[in-house]
Design a protein around this ligand. Structure first.
Ligand SMILES: [Zn+2]
Length: 402
Protein backbone atom coordinates (compact mmCIF):
# COMPACT_ATOMS: atom_id res chain seq x y z
CA UNK A 1 0.00 0.00 0.00
CA UNK A 2 1.53 3.28 -1.08
CA UNK A 3 0.97 6.52 0.82
CA UNK A 4 1.85 9.64 -1.18
CA UNK A 5 1.13 13.26 -1.96
CA UNK A 6 0.66 12.87 -5.72
CA UNK A 7 -2.85 13.24 -7.18
CA UNK A 8 -4.78 10.04 -6.58
CA UNK A 9 -5.04 9.04 -10.28
CA UNK A 10 -1.31 9.56 -10.85
CA UNK A 11 -0.40 7.72 -7.68
CA UNK A 12 -2.63 4.81 -8.75
CA UNK A 13 -0.91 4.63 -12.17
CA UNK A 14 2.56 4.72 -10.65
CA UNK A 15 2.01 2.47 -7.63
CA UNK A 16 -0.66 -0.02 -8.73
CA UNK A 17 -0.30 -0.16 -12.49
CA UNK A 18 3.47 0.20 -12.82
CA UNK A 19 4.66 -1.37 -9.55
CA UNK A 20 1.97 -3.78 -8.42
CA UNK A 21 0.77 -2.14 -5.18
CA UNK A 22 -2.55 -3.41 -3.81
CA UNK A 23 -3.82 0.09 -3.11
CA UNK A 24 -2.94 3.72 -2.46
CA UNK A 25 -3.61 6.55 -0.04
CA UNK A 26 -3.26 10.08 -1.46
CA UNK A 27 -3.17 13.39 0.39
CA UNK A 28 -3.37 15.58 -2.74
CA UNK A 29 -5.77 18.55 -2.72
CA UNK A 30 -6.14 21.47 -5.13
CA UNK A 31 -3.98 24.45 -4.06
CA UNK A 32 -7.09 26.59 -3.39
CA UNK A 33 -8.20 23.95 -0.85
CA UNK A 34 -4.89 23.68 0.94
CA UNK A 35 -1.40 25.03 0.26
CA UNK A 36 1.38 22.43 0.13
CA UNK A 37 3.29 23.85 3.06
CA UNK A 38 1.62 23.41 6.48
CA UNK A 39 3.60 26.43 7.69
CA UNK A 40 1.34 28.60 5.50
CA UNK A 41 -1.96 27.12 6.73
CA UNK A 42 -4.49 29.75 7.73
CA UNK A 43 -7.09 27.41 9.32
CA UNK A 44 -6.89 24.36 11.57
CA UNK A 45 -9.27 22.38 9.37
CA UNK A 46 -6.65 22.33 6.59
CA UNK A 47 -5.14 19.41 8.53
CA UNK A 48 -8.32 17.37 8.10
CA UNK A 49 -9.71 18.43 4.74
CA UNK A 50 -9.65 15.93 1.89
CA UNK A 51 -10.91 16.36 -1.65
CA UNK A 52 -12.73 13.76 -3.74
CA UNK A 53 -10.73 11.99 -6.40
CA UNK A 54 -11.09 8.87 -8.47
CA UNK A 55 -9.04 5.89 -9.61
CA UNK A 56 -9.61 3.85 -12.76
CA UNK A 57 -11.46 0.57 -12.35
CA UNK A 58 -9.26 -2.43 -13.03
CA UNK A 59 -11.30 -5.66 -12.82
CA UNK A 60 -8.18 -7.85 -12.44
CA UNK A 61 -6.35 -5.96 -9.74
CA UNK A 62 -9.36 -4.56 -7.89
CA UNK A 63 -6.92 -2.20 -6.23
CA UNK A 64 -8.27 0.51 -3.95
CA UNK A 65 -7.62 4.23 -3.56
CA UNK A 66 -8.26 6.33 -0.46
CA UNK A 67 -7.86 10.01 0.23
CA UNK A 68 -6.49 11.13 3.61
CA UNK A 69 -6.16 14.46 5.34
CA UNK A 70 -2.70 15.59 6.42
CA UNK A 71 -3.32 14.84 10.10
CA UNK A 72 -4.27 11.22 9.37
CA UNK A 73 -1.34 10.89 6.94
CA UNK A 74 1.06 12.29 9.56
CA UNK A 75 -0.13 9.61 12.05
CA UNK A 76 0.42 6.91 9.42
CA UNK A 77 3.91 8.23 8.64
CA UNK A 78 4.81 8.33 12.35
CA UNK A 79 3.78 4.67 12.70
CA UNK A 80 5.78 3.76 9.57
CA UNK A 81 8.90 5.30 11.08
CA UNK A 82 8.57 2.88 13.98
CA UNK A 83 8.68 -0.14 11.65
CA UNK A 84 6.47 -2.15 9.38
CA UNK A 85 2.71 -1.69 9.69
CA UNK A 86 -0.05 -4.17 8.91
CA UNK A 87 -3.24 -2.66 7.53
CA UNK A 88 -6.68 -4.20 7.30
CA UNK A 89 -8.66 -2.55 4.51
CA UNK A 90 -12.35 -3.14 3.94
CA UNK A 91 -13.84 -1.79 0.71
CA UNK A 92 -17.54 -2.22 0.02
CA UNK A 93 -18.28 -1.10 -3.50
CA UNK A 94 -20.50 -2.21 -6.35
CA UNK A 95 -21.56 -1.38 -9.86
CA UNK A 96 -25.25 -1.60 -10.61
CA UNK A 97 -27.63 -0.82 -13.42
CA UNK A 98 -30.63 1.31 -12.71
CA UNK A 99 -32.57 4.28 -13.96
CA UNK A 100 -31.08 7.77 -13.59
CA UNK A 101 -34.08 9.75 -12.41
CA UNK A 102 -34.79 13.43 -12.93
CA UNK A 103 -37.48 15.46 -11.20
CA UNK A 104 -39.23 18.14 -13.28
CA UNK A 105 -41.81 20.64 -12.07
CA UNK A 106 -43.48 23.31 -14.18
CA UNK A 107 -45.58 26.41 -13.75
CA UNK A 108 -47.32 26.50 -17.13
CA UNK A 109 -47.29 29.71 -19.11
CA UNK A 110 -50.63 31.34 -19.85
CA UNK A 111 -49.80 32.64 -23.35
CA UNK A 112 -46.85 30.68 -24.71
CA UNK A 113 -46.71 27.44 -22.67
CA UNK A 114 -44.48 25.89 -25.36
CA UNK A 115 -41.74 28.47 -24.65
CA UNK A 116 -39.81 27.57 -21.52
CA UNK A 117 -37.45 29.29 -19.11
CA UNK A 118 -35.49 26.38 -17.61
CA UNK A 119 -33.74 26.25 -14.23
CA UNK A 120 -31.58 23.24 -13.29
CA UNK A 121 -29.81 22.05 -10.12
CA UNK A 122 -27.89 18.78 -9.95
CA UNK A 123 -28.59 15.99 -7.48
CA UNK A 124 -25.59 13.65 -7.78
CA UNK A 125 -23.07 15.55 -5.64
CA UNK A 126 -23.19 15.01 -1.88
CA UNK A 127 -21.89 18.36 -0.56
CA UNK A 128 -24.02 20.82 1.40
CA UNK A 129 -23.04 23.67 -0.92
CA UNK A 130 -22.30 21.52 -3.97
CA UNK A 131 -25.04 21.00 -4.76
CA UNK A 132 -27.41 20.61 -1.84
CA UNK A 133 -27.66 24.39 -1.75
CA UNK A 134 -28.49 24.65 -5.46
CA UNK A 135 -31.21 21.99 -5.12
CA UNK A 136 -32.63 23.74 -2.05
CA UNK A 137 -32.49 27.21 -3.63
CA UNK A 138 -34.31 25.91 -6.71
CA UNK A 139 -36.98 24.15 -4.60
CA UNK A 140 -37.54 27.26 -2.48
CA UNK A 141 -37.82 29.62 -5.45
CA UNK A 142 -40.20 27.27 -7.29
CA UNK A 143 -42.42 26.99 -4.20
CA UNK A 144 -42.32 30.77 -3.66
CA UNK A 145 -43.33 31.59 -7.24
CA UNK A 146 -46.08 28.94 -7.22
CA UNK A 147 -47.45 30.27 -3.92
CA UNK A 148 -47.33 33.89 -5.11
CA UNK A 149 -49.21 32.97 -8.30
CA UNK A 150 -51.79 30.92 -6.36
CA UNK A 151 -52.40 33.76 -3.90
CA UNK A 152 -52.69 36.34 -6.67
CA UNK A 153 -49.62 38.27 -5.48
CA UNK A 154 -47.88 37.63 -8.82
CA UNK A 155 -49.53 37.17 -12.23
CA UNK A 156 -48.94 33.72 -13.70
CA UNK A 157 -45.99 33.67 -16.13
CA UNK A 158 -46.77 34.05 -19.84
CA UNK A 159 -44.16 31.43 -20.74
CA UNK A 160 -43.62 28.17 -18.84
CA UNK A 161 -41.22 28.08 -15.90
CA UNK A 162 -39.51 24.69 -15.73
CA UNK A 163 -37.54 23.46 -12.70
CA UNK A 164 -35.35 20.39 -13.05
CA UNK A 165 -33.34 18.38 -10.52
CA UNK A 166 -31.11 15.88 -12.35
CA UNK A 167 -27.74 14.19 -12.72
CA UNK A 168 -25.39 17.03 -13.68
CA UNK A 169 -24.99 17.61 -17.45
CA UNK A 170 -26.09 14.02 -18.28
CA UNK A 171 -29.64 14.66 -17.03
CA UNK A 172 -29.80 17.94 -18.97
CA UNK A 173 -28.50 16.30 -22.15
CA UNK A 174 -31.02 13.48 -21.71
CA UNK A 175 -33.93 15.92 -21.39
CA UNK A 176 -32.73 17.94 -24.42
CA UNK A 177 -32.41 14.80 -26.54
CA UNK A 178 -35.65 13.16 -25.41
CA UNK A 179 -37.76 16.35 -25.66
CA UNK A 180 -36.35 17.73 -28.89
CA UNK A 181 -39.49 19.68 -29.78
CA UNK A 182 -39.72 21.37 -26.40
CA UNK A 183 -35.94 21.89 -26.30
CA UNK A 184 -36.02 23.87 -29.56
CA UNK A 185 -38.41 26.35 -27.94
CA UNK A 186 -36.50 26.84 -24.65
CA UNK A 187 -35.83 30.58 -24.45
CA UNK A 188 -33.29 30.88 -21.61
CA UNK A 189 -31.66 28.65 -19.03
CA UNK A 190 -30.18 29.12 -15.53
CA UNK A 191 -27.95 26.57 -13.78
CA UNK A 192 -27.74 26.68 -9.96
CA UNK A 193 -24.56 25.24 -8.44
CA UNK A 194 -23.14 26.01 -4.98
CA UNK A 195 -25.66 28.81 -4.52
CA UNK A 196 -25.77 28.85 -0.70
CA UNK A 197 -22.24 29.60 0.40
CA UNK A 198 -21.31 31.35 3.61
CA UNK A 199 -18.45 33.21 1.92
CA UNK A 200 -16.97 34.28 5.27
CA UNK A 201 -16.05 30.59 5.68
CA UNK A 202 -15.65 29.33 2.11
CA UNK A 203 -13.97 32.38 0.52
CA UNK A 204 -14.90 33.55 -2.95
CA UNK A 205 -18.07 35.42 -3.91
CA UNK A 206 -21.30 34.89 -5.73
CA UNK A 207 -20.58 34.69 -9.46
CA UNK A 208 -22.59 34.80 -12.62
CA UNK A 209 -20.72 32.65 -15.10
CA UNK A 210 -21.74 34.41 -18.28
CA UNK A 211 -23.14 32.88 -21.41
CA UNK A 212 -20.07 32.75 -23.73
CA UNK A 213 -19.18 36.28 -24.84
CA UNK A 214 -15.90 37.63 -26.26
CA UNK A 215 -14.33 37.56 -22.75
CA UNK A 216 -14.48 33.74 -22.98
CA UNK A 217 -12.41 33.80 -26.20
CA UNK A 218 -9.98 36.65 -25.57
CA UNK A 219 -8.75 37.03 -21.95
CA UNK A 220 -9.69 40.51 -20.76
CA UNK A 221 -8.06 42.26 -17.77
CA UNK A 222 -11.55 43.27 -16.60
CA UNK A 223 -12.89 39.70 -16.74
CA UNK A 224 -10.61 37.37 -14.76
CA UNK A 225 -11.18 33.61 -14.81
CA UNK A 226 -11.76 31.72 -11.57
CA UNK A 227 -9.43 29.07 -10.13
CA UNK A 228 -11.60 26.56 -12.03
CA UNK A 229 -9.94 27.82 -15.22
CA UNK A 230 -10.80 28.70 -18.79
CA UNK A 231 -12.04 26.26 -21.40
CA UNK A 232 -11.67 26.69 -25.13
CA UNK A 233 -14.43 28.75 -26.74
CA UNK A 234 -14.36 29.40 -30.48
CA UNK A 235 -15.10 32.94 -31.65
CA UNK A 236 -17.37 31.56 -34.39
CA UNK A 237 -19.61 29.94 -31.74
CA UNK A 238 -20.44 33.25 -30.01
CA UNK A 239 -24.00 34.51 -30.31
CA UNK A 240 -25.00 37.55 -28.29
CA UNK A 241 -28.16 37.66 -26.18
CA UNK A 242 -29.71 39.89 -23.56
CA UNK A 243 -29.31 37.22 -20.83
CA UNK A 244 -25.97 38.23 -19.25
CA UNK A 245 -26.77 41.90 -18.86
CA UNK A 246 -30.38 41.39 -17.79
CA UNK A 247 -29.51 38.88 -15.05
CA UNK A 248 -26.54 40.96 -13.90
CA UNK A 249 -28.79 44.03 -13.60
CA UNK A 250 -31.34 42.08 -11.55
CA UNK A 251 -28.62 40.63 -9.28
CA UNK A 252 -27.15 44.12 -8.83
CA UNK A 253 -30.55 45.50 -7.85
CA UNK A 254 -30.76 42.82 -5.16
CA UNK A 255 -27.13 43.52 -4.18
CA UNK A 256 -27.85 47.22 -3.75
CA UNK A 257 -30.80 46.45 -1.48
CA UNK A 258 -29.03 43.98 0.83
CA UNK A 259 -25.26 44.62 0.52
CA UNK A 260 -24.67 41.46 -1.48
CA UNK A 261 -21.44 40.96 -3.45
CA UNK A 262 -22.05 40.03 -7.10
CA UNK A 263 -19.30 39.34 -9.61
CA UNK A 264 -19.13 37.69 -13.01
CA UNK A 265 -16.66 35.38 -14.71
CA UNK A 266 -16.20 34.47 -18.37
CA UNK A 267 -17.70 31.17 -19.49
CA UNK A 268 -15.73 28.16 -18.16
CA UNK A 269 -18.28 25.36 -18.39
CA UNK A 270 -18.82 22.09 -16.59
CA UNK A 271 -22.34 22.24 -15.21
CA UNK A 272 -25.82 22.07 -16.74
CA UNK A 273 -25.46 25.42 -18.53
CA UNK A 274 -22.90 23.68 -20.78
CA UNK A 275 -25.51 21.13 -21.94
CA UNK A 276 -28.14 23.78 -22.71
CA UNK A 277 -25.55 26.16 -24.20
CA UNK A 278 -24.35 23.41 -26.54
CA UNK A 279 -27.95 23.13 -27.73
CA UNK A 280 -27.84 26.82 -28.76
CA UNK A 281 -29.90 28.07 -25.80
CA UNK A 282 -28.66 31.21 -23.99
CA UNK A 283 -27.61 29.77 -20.63
CA UNK A 284 -25.66 30.94 -17.61
CA UNK A 285 -24.50 29.59 -14.27
CA UNK A 286 -25.21 30.96 -10.80
CA UNK A 287 -22.44 29.79 -8.46
CA UNK A 288 -19.74 30.70 -5.94
CA UNK A 289 -16.01 30.24 -6.30
CA UNK A 290 -13.32 29.84 -5.07
CA UNK A 291 -14.57 27.62 -2.24
CA UNK A 292 -11.88 26.12 -0.02
CA UNK A 293 -14.20 23.23 0.83
CA UNK A 294 -15.10 22.45 -2.80
CA UNK A 295 -15.57 18.69 -3.33
CA UNK A 296 -14.30 17.89 0.16
CA UNK A 297 -15.42 16.07 3.28
CA UNK A 298 -15.96 19.47 4.93
CA UNK A 299 -18.57 20.81 2.48
CA UNK A 300 -21.23 20.58 5.19
CA UNK A 301 -24.29 22.56 6.29
CA UNK A 302 -22.23 24.78 8.62
CA UNK A 303 -20.59 26.26 5.46
CA UNK A 304 -23.94 27.42 4.06
CA UNK A 305 -25.78 30.69 4.49
CA UNK A 306 -29.57 30.98 4.37
CA UNK A 307 -29.26 34.69 3.49
CA UNK A 308 -27.02 33.91 0.51
CA UNK A 309 -29.49 31.29 -0.73
CA UNK A 310 -32.29 33.84 -0.46
CA UNK A 311 -30.26 36.37 -2.47
CA UNK A 312 -29.57 33.90 -5.29
CA UNK A 313 -33.12 32.54 -5.17
CA UNK A 314 -34.71 35.99 -5.34
CA UNK A 315 -32.45 37.03 -8.24
CA UNK A 316 -32.97 33.86 -10.29
CA UNK A 317 -36.72 33.83 -9.63
CA UNK A 318 -36.99 37.50 -10.64
CA UNK A 319 -35.00 37.01 -13.86
CA UNK A 320 -36.89 33.84 -14.79
CA UNK A 321 -40.35 35.29 -14.12
CA UNK A 322 -39.41 38.49 -15.99
CA UNK A 323 -38.15 36.54 -19.05
CA UNK A 324 -41.34 34.48 -18.95
CA UNK A 325 -43.67 37.44 -18.65
CA UNK A 326 -42.08 40.51 -20.27
CA UNK A 327 -44.44 43.05 -21.84
CA UNK A 328 -43.48 45.29 -24.75
CA UNK A 329 -42.82 48.06 -22.21
CA UNK A 330 -40.42 45.76 -20.35
CA UNK A 331 -38.70 44.99 -23.64
CA UNK A 332 -38.19 48.70 -24.37
CA UNK A 333 -36.46 49.05 -20.99
CA UNK A 334 -34.27 46.02 -21.77
CA UNK A 335 -33.22 47.59 -25.10
CA UNK A 336 -31.98 50.62 -23.15
CA UNK A 337 -30.29 48.39 -20.56
CA UNK A 338 -28.42 46.34 -23.20
CA UNK A 339 -27.54 49.46 -25.23
CA UNK A 340 -26.02 51.01 -22.09
CA UNK A 341 -24.11 47.78 -21.34
CA UNK A 342 -22.78 47.79 -24.92
CA UNK A 343 -21.60 51.40 -24.62
CA UNK A 344 -19.98 50.62 -21.25
CA UNK A 345 -18.21 47.55 -22.68
CA UNK A 346 -16.86 49.37 -25.75
CA UNK A 347 -15.62 52.20 -23.50
CA UNK A 348 -13.99 49.71 -21.12
CA UNK A 349 -12.32 47.83 -23.99
CA UNK A 350 -10.96 51.08 -25.44
CA UNK A 351 -9.49 51.94 -22.01
CA UNK A 352 -7.91 48.49 -21.66
CA UNK A 353 -6.39 48.69 -25.13
CA UNK A 354 -8.45 46.10 -27.00
CA UNK A 355 -7.37 45.15 -30.52
CA UNK A 356 -9.57 45.89 -33.53
CA UNK A 357 -10.48 42.18 -33.64
CA UNK A 358 -11.76 42.27 -30.07
CA UNK A 359 -13.67 45.54 -30.61
CA UNK A 360 -15.33 44.01 -33.68
CA UNK A 361 -16.24 40.88 -31.74
CA UNK A 362 -17.90 42.87 -28.94
CA UNK A 363 -19.78 45.07 -31.43
CA UNK A 364 -21.09 41.99 -33.23
CA UNK A 365 -21.99 40.32 -29.93
CA UNK A 366 -23.94 43.35 -28.73
CA UNK A 367 -25.69 43.79 -32.08
CA UNK A 368 -27.00 40.26 -31.63
CA UNK A 369 -27.81 40.91 -27.96
CA UNK A 370 -29.91 43.92 -28.96
CA UNK A 371 -31.64 41.96 -31.72
CA UNK A 372 -32.52 39.22 -29.18
CA UNK A 373 -34.76 41.71 -27.34
CA UNK A 374 -37.23 41.60 -30.24
CA UNK A 375 -38.28 38.12 -29.11
CA UNK A 376 -38.63 39.10 -25.44
CA UNK A 377 -42.27 40.34 -25.30
CA UNK A 378 -44.58 37.40 -24.61
CA UNK A 379 -47.14 38.85 -27.04
CA UNK A 380 -44.53 38.55 -29.80
CA UNK A 381 -42.50 41.17 -31.69
CA UNK A 382 -44.02 44.65 -31.70
CA UNK A 383 -43.33 47.63 -33.97
CA UNK A 384 -42.26 49.78 -30.98
CA UNK A 385 -39.68 47.26 -29.79
CA UNK A 386 -38.41 46.58 -33.31
CA UNK A 387 -37.94 50.32 -33.90
CA UNK A 388 -36.10 50.83 -30.58
CA UNK A 389 -33.85 47.82 -31.28
CA UNK A 390 -33.12 49.13 -34.80
CA UNK A 391 -32.18 52.57 -33.47
CA UNK A 392 -29.95 51.07 -30.76
CA UNK A 393 -28.13 48.85 -33.28
CA UNK A 394 -27.54 51.83 -35.59
CA UNK A 395 -26.20 53.88 -32.67
CA UNK A 396 -23.92 50.99 -31.63
CA UNK A 397 -22.53 50.60 -35.15
CA UNK A 398 -21.94 54.36 -35.38
CA UNK A 399 -20.17 54.39 -31.99
CA UNK A 400 -18.03 51.42 -33.00
CA UNK A 401 -16.74 53.08 -36.15
CA UNK A 402 -15.98 56.40 -34.45
ZN1 LIG B 1 -21.65 20.96 -8.48
Amino acid sequence: IVLGSAPVGQLWEQAVKARGAVGIVSTADAPYIRPDDPATFTAADQWDVLQWGSVPYDPERKAFGFKAGLRAAARMRARLREGSVRLKVTVRSAFYDGPARSLIAEIPGTRRPDQRIVMVAHVQEPGANDDGSGCGTLAALAIAIAAAVREGALPPPGRTLMFMWADEVAGSRHWLASHADAARRVQYMFALDMTGEDTSKTGGTFLIEKQPDPSAVWPRPSDPHTAWGASEVKAASLKGSLLNDLHLAICRRRARDVQWIVRTNPYEGGSDHTAFGDAGIPSLLNWHFTDRYYHTNLDRPDKTSAAEMVNVGVAVATSAWFLASASDRDALAVVDLVAQAAADRLGLERRQGASAEIMTAWTKWYREALASVKALPVIGPTADVDARVGAAIRALSAAATR
